[in-house]
Design a protein around this ligand. Structure first.
Ligand code: S6P
Ligand code: ZN
Length: 194
């Protein structure tokens, strides 16, 4: 059977776009409550509602076995000490895993298992891949000075669940400490600033 969707897709590896795919924009105002330093967030937002990231998704088919994919582009920058990042989510269908392929830039993928609470991270860099298992919350952070661009491939019915992240956020933050990207437990970050 011939598929009714394009068999061949070209990505723009510099801009992080897929021609013809709708572009979702996330700005600073969309991430209210996500950044650890609320005062820095308010100050930044008062200046300008900066673009934090874009996502272009391609959803060519539905049904068992179908795949969707999308290219994300996270801008370089920080709110206070914390690097620009995605909201982060669980998949609505928890068993859905995902594969990320780094295309441009330098970043960190934060992961948390919902049931065990286990937290881990992997680098996300050009020409490398990172596996996101099912039941894991995942957030991507741009720790570099250029846009971080990556492709994500996931089952068609993965969906997004942002609710748990809105409620309790990730247990770790990725912040600049002495000029270097550093992963700290959220509580330790607060303690350091007291
Ligand atoms: C979808 C995949 C990505 C993210 C995108 C934005 O399963 O993980 O396409 O949606 O990187 O992140 P978020 O957390 O705002 O959806
Ligand atoms: Zn995902």
């Amino acid at each position: 059977m011939h598929a009714t969707f394009p068999q061949f897709t070209q990505f723009d590896p510099i801009a992080g776009r897929i021609e013809g795919a709708p572009l979702l924009e996330r700005r600073l105002s969309d991430l209210r409550g996500y950044f650890v330093d609320q005062a820095a967030y308010a100050t930044a937002l008062a200046q300008t509602d900066s673009l934090l990231y874009t996502v272009a998704n391609v959803e060519p088919a539905q049904g068992e076995g179908a795949l969707h994919y999308g290219i994300s582009c996270i801008m370089p920058g920080r709110v206070g000490d914390e690097y620009y990042m995605t909201k982060g989510h669980y998949h609505a269908w928890r068993p859905a895993s995902e594969y990320y392929i780094g295309i441009r830039g330098t970043g960190i993928l934060l992961l948390e298992d919902e049931e065990s609470g286990e937290c881990w991270s992997t680098p996300l860099i050009a020409n490398s891949g990172a596996y996101v298992p099912g039941h894991a919350a995942h957030r991507t952070v741009n720790t570099g000075t250029e846009p971080l661009i990556f492709l994500g491939i996931y089952p068609y019915n993965a969906g997004h669940d942002y609710g748990a992240i809105v409620e309790r956020n990730f247990r770790h933050v990725v912040v600049q400490v002495e000029g270097k990207p550093t992963i700290l437990p959220r509580a330790d970050y607060h303690a350091r600033r007291r």
